[in-house]
Design a protein around this ligand. Structure first.
Ligand code: FE2
Ligand code: FE2
Length: 231
């Protein structure tokens, strides 16, 4: 999305003005769906902040293309955040006031990685673990929205496409620069942190008939794959 303004992209998030009365979605279901969109938006905000910090870490490396990609990722995550916030506010305008952050522990760990200049650990946390969770999230949410005609699906495909590029960046990075033993140690930490985050919002998943178990499995699988692709 280089060269495109976020405000222009946001105009593509076309939400029907009178949607609340058009679709048969209960108030309770809208509230829980909005809460999940806020969770997604929070994850995107963490991703945007950390990707920019990763770009700064890579700025002076012999691979300037890493920093360029990460800056672009940061801009894209910001766009995703705004899109999901818009969707959440459209569904349930007052829901944000009751929202409690679920990614604080993950954000703190990632910030610690940046402070330690540990690029490998931050890639496992962001481009593998958080992206895997986001991926599982988008898949169920996208299917649910298409079924319910809830509006965000026009940009969902673009967002999913960009998330795949972020995950592929993580895979390439780990296969080139990371040791298998390091990744094995890192994955246990990140699995626990993501597990705690899922527990924090699983009641909202259950409320709209989404099982949390596949989310944990998806992240676990991607972390296991990260070990396999490292050197
Ligand atoms: Fe994103
Ligand atoms: Fe991403």
């Amino acid at each position: 999305m280089a060269g495109l303004k976020i405000s222009n992209l946001m105009n593509a998030v076309a939400l029907p003005r009178k949607a609340h009365s058009q679709f048969s979605i209960s108030v309770d279901e809208k509230t829980h769906a909005a809460r999940l969109l806020h969770v997604l938006a929070e994850g995107e905000q963490v991703a945007s902040t950390i990707a920019l910090e990763q770009a700064k870490l890579c700025r002076h490396s012999e691979h300037p293309r890493l920093a360029k990609f990460l800056k672009q990722q940061s801009r894209q995550e910001k766009f995703h955040q705004l899109a999901f916030e818009r969707g959440a506010n459209w569904l349930a305008p007052k829901e944000h006031s009751g929202y409690r952050p679920v990614f604080t522990e993950l954000e703190n760990k990632l910030k610690q990685d940046i402070q330690n200049q540990d690029m490998t650990s931050s890639v496992v946390g962001l481009q593998v673990a958080l992206e895997a969770l986001g991926d599982a999230f988008l898949e169920t949410l996208s299917a649910r929205m298409e079924k319910r005609a809830m509006g965000l699906d026009s940009v969902m495909h673009l967002i999913i496409h960009q998330e795949i590029a972020h995950q592929n960046f993580g895979k390439r990075y780990l296969s080139k620069y990371a040791d298998r033993q390091d990744i094995s140690l890192l994955t246990a930490d990140y699995m626990q942190i993501i597990d705690n985050a899922i527990s924090a919002f699983q009641s909202s998943l259950h409320a709209i008939d989404i099982d949390d178990a596949p989310y944990r499995t998806a992240v676990n699988q991607q972390l296991y794959n990260a070990i396999e692709i490292s050197r």
